[in-house]
Design a protein around this ligand. Structure first.
Ligand code: DX5
Ligand code: ZN
Length: 219
């Protein structure tokens, strides 16, 4: 079953708690938490205290996307009872295998994200150890960018590879997803869809969540 993970990067931070309640009531599946450090990506977002301030406001699991250097230093801070995934970037990890084991040792599912220019071959020696691969369909750093179509080929290749080597692997796709292209993304093999500006930028957020879910749950 496909899942929708709205990214709170595009939320109105002045009413974050309320907006998270809104997307939960509307039927979102996960809360995508985009953490940016101003080094790995050219933007700073927020850290673990902001995410933790949502504990108690929502029952939705956190889907943490760390766009930061030295992620090992921060993994424990993001490992709450409500954290389902922690995803690190392959490009930011010198010892990727160690980082993935660290996530798993916290009892959290481990994901690895790949930038648009990073081939899936970098996961060749680690595919069986992963719970999720996040295919970036924009260069990370900002919400509201345009979907890079080459991501579709990557999703298809990864789906094929995972069927042979890790059938339980979840494939998440992040960046530039709209109502117009989401079907193509899921048909290529994605399980989890991140949507930031197309959810929180909508005039009616609950209605937009419903529109996404109508497409995601039809398959
Ligand atoms: C990009 C982030 C994304 C982003 C998605 O660096 O990882 O999660 O917020 O936003 P949209 O859906 O607006 O591209
Ligand atoms: Zn993200």
């Amino acid at each position: 079953m496909n899942r929708l993970a709205p990214s709170i990067l595009s939320a109105d931070f002045s009413q974050l708690g309320r907006q998270v309640e809104t997307i939960e009531t509307a039927g979102a599946d996960l809360i995508h938490v985009d953490v940016m450090d101003g080094h790995f990506v050219p933007n700073i977002s927020f850290g673990a205290p902001v995410m933790k301030s949502l504990l108690g406001r929502t029952e939705l699991p956190f889907d943490v996307h760390l766009m930061i250097e030295h992620p090992d230093d921060y993994i424990r801070e993001f490992a709450t009872d409500h954290t389902e995934y922690i995803t690190v970037h392959a490009e930011a990890c010198v010892h990727l295998h160690r980082t993935v084991q660290m996530i798993r040792s916290c009892g959290i599912k481990a994901g690895v994200a790949l930038n648009p220019a990073t081939p899936i071959s970098v996961l060749d020696c680690i595919l069986e150890d992963l719970d999720m691969v996040l295919i970036m369909s924009v260069n990370p750093g900002f919400g509201g960018q345009k979907f890079i179509p080459c991501a579709l080929n990557k999703i298809r290749s990864l789906r094929q590879l995972s069927q042979e080597r890790n059938p339980k692997l979840a494939i998440e796709v992040d960046g530039g997803i709209t109502l117009d292209n989401v079907r193509e993304v899921t048909e290529s093999g994605a399980d989890i869809i991140v949507a930031g500006s197309s959810v929180f930028g909508a005039a009616e957020i609950p209605q937009r969540v419903g529109e996404f879910q109508a497409i995601l749950k039809e398959e």
